[in-house]
Design a protein around this ligand. Structure first.
Ligand SMILES: Nc1ncnc2c1ncn2[C@@H]1O[C@H](COP(=O)(O)OP(=O)(O)OP(=O)(O)O)[C@@H](O)[C@H]1O
Length: 361
């Protein structure tokens, strides 16, 4: 799935293999992984704990050498199997999960830390600009312990951006923050990176964070990228059952492909709606992915399903519904439709893109 990057890309990660030496044995963690980013693009490696995302980031930063492959930035080769340019010569900034601010330095001095080569007035102008960029003008004299987690992470971002790196790496930068704040800060960070035009790679296990910040997302599984795509396509056109399961909420129901449509317990769904070419991979018995937002609550529908579980999400309920056959579905329903467990409610399916996979028993 990971294609060889185009030679014009700003960041080229090309068939890299990375591992850790355990005694006499090299334990390979990342297997021939490739992706590329154009200048100013934000990429994200998204995957479960232990899949190797941080290892890829460390290889790009120059903390790990390559067993094979190459990494190039701005046309300059930084790593291959024979050579690893040291981290400090790469012009790559890193923002860590734990902020790693200097506790004894003020916000301004933290931001200006990497600007010591500049003259005092140039340095101050740059610090002021960065404070403005991250919205911390009022906090410039404070020390890290006087700031909230979100503010500290903004200082870390400003400090990493100060030397105008060719690439910024963000290693789970929001994982110490509240869930609510995470997504908000992720989209603020996106705005900041877009304003300065910095190319960036983020690693996270949180898909909402990935969706809020990235232009392109690589879903990782066991040291490989299984799909490199935009968030919309990962959700609506997952390339594998693993991606379908990992991204978003949904279930698989059994179906039978019949020329250009698929018959499921809830009716018949067109397989190629809106597509210029109808190219149906699977034939016969399949599993059909139904997202929670594909299942619509409709009192007038003759199709009924029993509410077996419900989770209040504020604006919506996430209902788990049981069909007469026993198959279960998920449905996101506006929360003013408050139905009791055991109640039978009318539903219909409204799926834009029908995604099928070979039947798995
Ligand atoms: N220094 C190391 N020496 C040996 N093995 C390591 C080292 N660092 C990581 N690993 C192993 O490499 C695998 C991938 O680790 P990595 O940190 O890249 O995963 P990750 O996807 O970033 O996970 P997490 O989200 O938990 O940080 C894990 O099995 C881990 O135990």
């Amino acid at each position: 799935m990971s294609a060889i990057p185009p030679p014009s890309a700003h960041l080229q990660v090309e068939t890299i293999r990375v591992g850790y030496q355990l005694g006499a044995h090299m334990h390979e963690i990342v297997h021939s992984l490739s992706f590329a980013l154009q200048r100013g693009e934000i990429g994200c490696l998204l995957g479960q704990s232990g899949c190797g995302k941080t290892t890829v980031l460390r290889a790009i930063a120059g903390f790990e050498s390559l067993i094979a492959g190459r990494i190039a930035l701005g046309g300059k080769e930084l790593s291959n199997a024979q050579h690893t340019t040291v981290p400090e010569a790469r012009h790559v900034g890193v923002v860590f999960q734990d902020y790693a601010l200097f506790p004894h330095l003020s916000v301004s001095d933290n931001i200006g830390f990497g600007l010591r080569k500049l003259g005092a007035s140039e340095r101050n102008v740059r610090i002021k600009k960065l404070l403005e960029l991250v919205g911390l003008q009022a906090q410039e004299k404070k020390f890290p312990h006087e700031l909230s987690g979100g503010q500290q992470q903004r200082v870390a971002l400003a400090r990493a951006l100060a030397p105008q790196p060719d690439l910024l790496l963000l290693d789970e930068p929001f994982s110490n923050l509240d869930v609510d704040l995470r997504e908000r800060l992720a989209s603020e960070v996106r705005d900041i990176l877009k304003e300065v035009g910095t190319t960036a790679v983020l690693v996270t296990h949180d898909q909402h964070e990935a969706f809020a910040i990235a232009d392109q997302i690589g879903v990782m599984q066991n040291g490989v990228i299984v799909q490199w795509d935009q968030a919309y396509n990962l959700y609506h056109r997952p390339a594998s059952r693993f991606v379908a399961d990992f991204i978003g909420q949904g279930v698989f129901v059994s179906g039978t492909v019949n020329q250009h449509d698929v018959a499921i317990e809830l009716g018949t769904l067109p397989l190629c709606q809106g597509l210029p070419v109808c190219d149906v991979d699977e034939q016969g018995e399949v599993d059909v992915l139904l997202r929670a937002d594909d299942v619509i609550h409709d009192d007038s529908s003759p199709l009924k399903a029993e509410v077996v579980r419900k989770a209040f999400r504020g604006a919506e309920f996430l209902y788990t519904l049981k069909l007469p056959s026993g198959q279960q579905l998920l449905a996101l329903v506006p929360s003013h439709h408050d139905h009791a467990l055991g109640e039978h409610i009318g539903i219909r399916v409204e799926a834009d893109h029908v995604v099928t996979f070979p039947r798995q028993d």
